[in-house]
Ligand binder design. Structure first.
Ligand SMILES: C[S@@+](CC[C@H](N)C(=O)[O-])C[C@H]1O[C@@H](n2cnc3c(N)ncnc32)[C@H](O)[C@@H]1O
Length: 232
């Protein structure tokens, strides 16, 4: 997979790229490239934003600046780009990132991520350049960089070679294998600690009973989530 991130803070991604599962994916042939939007602005003094029409606080990322950065990087009119690859603008009010969307994106050969800052994007960027507008939750971060990293992390750990042999993304919370439910509880040694005993079934060595217990706990947690209670 080829991931390009358009950001005003490309250095944020240096640490991220060095994380094990990300570097594993990069070593296996994927790429994660950052494009510094400021380097492509057609405006003087590195200007990338402007005051909002209609008044109000904050600054808005300009559509001509994003146009210029996307065009410089891909050599095409950005309006046409989204027909070739997913162009995802990160925004608090976008489609919520969940396991289904992560699976969908993990199947793409290429992603472009647009990180907003300040008051956010000029709406024409979302309307004309983005194929998707994605939110990582109903709260407001200072910029799209952390949101882009969350999306990349979730997508990349689904790619072949991301995880070590001891880990698997197949049977995790919200996966198809768990019927979209949260994962069941895990325990490890010691079997008893301060009087807190691991459920007997997990010590039984009875594979089918363990499987059944796990499915039941997973479904219970799903019901708790639906009722607004959470665990684990
Ligand atoms: C301070 S926020 C802008 C918030 C915007 N004024 C609003 O009220 O919706 C700046 C940028 O951070 C990113 N961002 C903030 N919260 C986000 C979230 N929950 N999910 C995805 N991106 C987010 C977006 O790229 C956004 O353009």
């Amino acid at each position: 997979m080829n991931v390009d991130v358009f950001t005003l803070f490309p250095e944020w991604f240096e640490w991220f790229s060095s994380q094990r599962h990300v570097s594993n994916v990069l070593a296996a042939g994927s790429s994660l490239e950052c494009v510094n939007v400021r380097e492509h602005t057609p405006l003087s003094g590195g200007q990338v934003d402007d005051t909002p029409f209609g008044g109000g606080a904050g600054m808005v990322l300009r559509v001509d600046v994003l146009d210029s950065a996307l065009r410089a990087h891909y050599g095409v009119d950005p309006v046409l780009l989204r027909e070739r690859r997913r162009v995802i603008a990160l925004a608090p009010g976008g489609r919520l990132l969940d396991d289904r969307l992560v699976d969908e994106l993990a199947g793409e050969p290429a992603l472009t991520l647009l990180c907003g800052r300040y008051e956010g994007f000029d709406e024409r960027i979302l309307e004309h350049f983005a194929s998707d507008v994605v939110s990582i939750g109903r709260y407001v971060l200072s910029g799209g960089e952390l949101a882009a990293m969350v999306l990349c992390d979730a997508v990349m750990r689904k790619l072949p070679g991301a995880l070590g042999h001891e880990e698997s993304a197949a049977e995790e919370s919200f996966s198809v294998a768990l019927e979209g439910q949260p994962e069941y509880p895990h325990y490890t040694r010691p079997a008893e600690y301060r009087g807190w005993r691991v459920p007997e079934v997990l010590l039984s060595g009875h594979h089918a009973r363990v499987e059944q217990w796990r499915r039941e706990r997973s479904r219970e947690r799903g019901l708790d989530l639906a009722r607004g209670r959470s665990q684990g």
